[in-house]
Design a protein around this ligand. Structure first.
Ligand code: SF4
Length: 364
């Protein structure tokens, strides 16, 4: 859409309609909506990047309980923040949150910044997150452009082809802002995208802006947003080794990852990308090289398509593993999703084994 040519859309009614709709049909019970605390809104916005509300809810509540203020968070350690983030994915976000808490402590004396210029300097805060904090916490007139908002705008104006670019979408998002009640408007357009103008099968009949929606009028709701060619993910194979302690099956060998690269700072099973490296590891540590595939599954990251193979091997000795520690599977926190999966299966197997032994004893 070019600005002047489309100004006759009278979009001021767009925000009014959304704000009225939100009163009755919007989401009002999300925990970060309970007040306008910028700290809580910031945590929720960072968690919501790349993650669904339903998943974020459980993590958010635990996080705020442990770190109710920026002061609490800044006096913690990155390791503890990562533990709480365990399983939520995109772990870089936890690091950004921790770094930001240090910046706010040192530069802002624990007071959350309230200007766009200051917010945009914070690690992990992009234009849309800064807009959401300013609008939701401070009721300032700033646009956002998250996935839900993009979809609503693209459909409403039937944006396709050359017009389908970030610059144009930001201009429209800014143009649509109401003169007041920006906090309610921002929440309402996010809610519309999430509850009505959904990715598949939007509920147009229930939509408060359907009368002026171009995609609805032209029957294009299943065509727009046009599919953008996805980034081609690279295929990668990773070999993990599940090694149980010879005297205690609940103990497994783990190592803390470096602070760079895949799953930085999280705990991991011994991981190898090449066969040559794991053979050396097995030999050096006198581990039985007869290995069995315990699990094999795919795991997608933003740029990688991982083929994960978990080998189970027997350790004959219980010590002298440089840089590795024996960790109890019931105490492990701060691990990636694939490792959560392995530990879950291992717990099930150990429990099944125990109940089978009991059954045999009873029969005998
Ligand atoms: S009418 Fe349908 S396509 Fe248009 S904004 Fe509403 S839900 Fe989305």
């Amino acid at each position: 859409m070019s600005g002047t040519e489309e100004n006759n859309f009278q979009e001021k009614s767009f925000s009014k309609k959304l704000i009225s709709w939100h009163k009755l049909h919007g989401r009002h019970n999300l925990p970060w909506q309970a007040n306008t605390n910028p700290y809580e809104i910031w945590i929720s916005e960072i968690m919501l990047q790349q993650t669904q509300v339903s998943t974020v809810l459980q993590y958010y509540e635990k996080f705020i309980k442990k770190y109710p203020t920026i002061k609490d968070l800044s006096s913690s350690r990155l390791e503890n923040v990562l533990e709480l983030w365990s399983g939520l994915g995109y772990y870089r976000r936890a690091e950004y949150i921790f770094k930001t808490s240090q910046i706010i402590k040192e530069k802002h004396n624990y007071i959350f910044p309230e200007t766009y210029e200051e917010l945009i300097q914070l690690p992990g805060v992009g234009k849309s997150t800064a807009g959401a904090i300013l609008s939701l916490a401070y009721n300032k007139k700033f646009p956002i452009l998250d996935g839900n908002v993009k979809r609503v705008i693209k459909r409403y104006f039937a944006i396709r082809g050359d017009q389908n670019n970030e610059k144009n979408l930001w201009e429209i998002s800014e143009y649509l802002l109401p003169k007041k009640n920006n906090n309610i408007y921002t929440q309402s357009i996010m809610d519309l995208g999430s509850k009505i103008c959904m990715k598949n099968n939007p509920l147009c009949e229930k939509c408060p802006i359907k009368l002026k929606c171009k995609s609805f009028e032209l029957g294009l709701t299943n065509v727009i947003p046009e599919k953008i060619e996805k980034i081609k993910r690279k295929n990668k194979k990773l070999f993990f080794f599940l090694i149980q302690h010879p005297n205690d099956k609940n103990l497994i060998l783990m190592k803390k990852n470096d602070n760079k690269g895949l799953w930085a700072n999280l705990w991991s099973l011994p991981l190898f990308e090449k066969e040559k490296n794991y053979k050396e590891f097995l030999k050096n540590n006198q581990i039985e090289s007869k290995k069995i595939i315990y699990l094999n599954f795919a795991h997608d990251l933003t740029h990688l398509k991982l083929d994960i193979i978990i080998y189970k091997v027997d350790a004959k000795m219980s010590n002298k593993f440089n840089n590795y520690n024996w960790k109890n599977i019931y105490d492990i926190i701060g691990v990636s999703k694939p490792i959560i999966k392995v530990i879950k299966k291992l717990k099930e197997d150990i429990n099944n084994e125990k109940s089978n032994v009991l059954k045999i004893k009873k029969r005998a």
